[in-house]
Design a protein around this ligand. Sequence first.
Ligand SMILES: C[S@@+](CC[C@H](N)C(=O)[O-])C[C@H]1O[C@@H](n2cnc3c(N)ncnc32)[C@H](O)[C@@H]1O
Length: 255
Amino acid sequence: MARDQRDHYYKKAKQEGYRARSAYKLLQMNSKFHLIGKGDSVVDLGAAPGGWLQVAKELSGGKVVGVDLEEIASLEGVITIRADITAPGTAELILEALGGPCDVVISDAAPNLSGVWDVDHSRSIDLARQSLALAKSLLRPRGNFLVKVFQGDTFIEFLNEVRREFSRVQSHSPKASRKESAEMYIVGRKLLSGPVRMGDIVDVEISYMGSAGDGVAMVDGFAVIVKGGAIGDRLRVRIEAVKPNFAFGEVIARI
Ligand SMILES: C[S@@+](CC[C@H](N)C(=O)[O-])C[C@H]1O[C@@H](n2cnc3c(N)ncnc32)[C@H](O)[C@@H]1O
């Protein structure tokens, strides 16, 4: 008997009409992180056979688009696209189907496993990185992102790439993932759309004082709060944290 046939979530999926046991991973992660809300439009990358699509449709009731290299059997109220998420032109195909930016991008895309840990990890990172690039071009500001990655050497590097783009980022392993699995999910909430990112070095001039007594500089219309800055100070600051509407900067030099 194959391992899958003994699996609790495999049986549950069969009984409850989900196309894949992975449906429970998305249900569990959505309960914890509230990524998909009622009315949200959702894009699912690497969506075949469609377990996540079923869950996304149930949770949102909004527009849901699924993309995969494989054909996805039709699902009521869901648009499916057969395409390679790493190919140029796929973003346009998805945007056309959506008719505008979406609220949530989820990606469970996974390479065919070779069994060689490093090879599988680096292919998985390539797909995750491509999913992040697509999320940046498909999501509205403050939109949410969920992506699967097989653990390995460059996991942290990729986690930090996601950290630069979203206000709140966590990694998580849902209960429905198999214990022996190397997969992890990265959850990014609230896509940042301001002009600065964590770690950037920028030259600013303090133009007013905030209510808490910190200096505030504007960078392309975006507020950077600088502790200790006074009106008129010209400062070189390192961006320490970024929120959707403002950032915190630390003075590294007077200029
Ligand atoms: C684990 S399955 C997804 C399961 C899905 N979340 C569900 O609940 O039914 C991973 C999928 O990623 C797809 N995939 C891998 N590379 C891809 C690529 N470059 N473009 C599109 N899909 C890809 C595979 O074809 C496979 O169907």
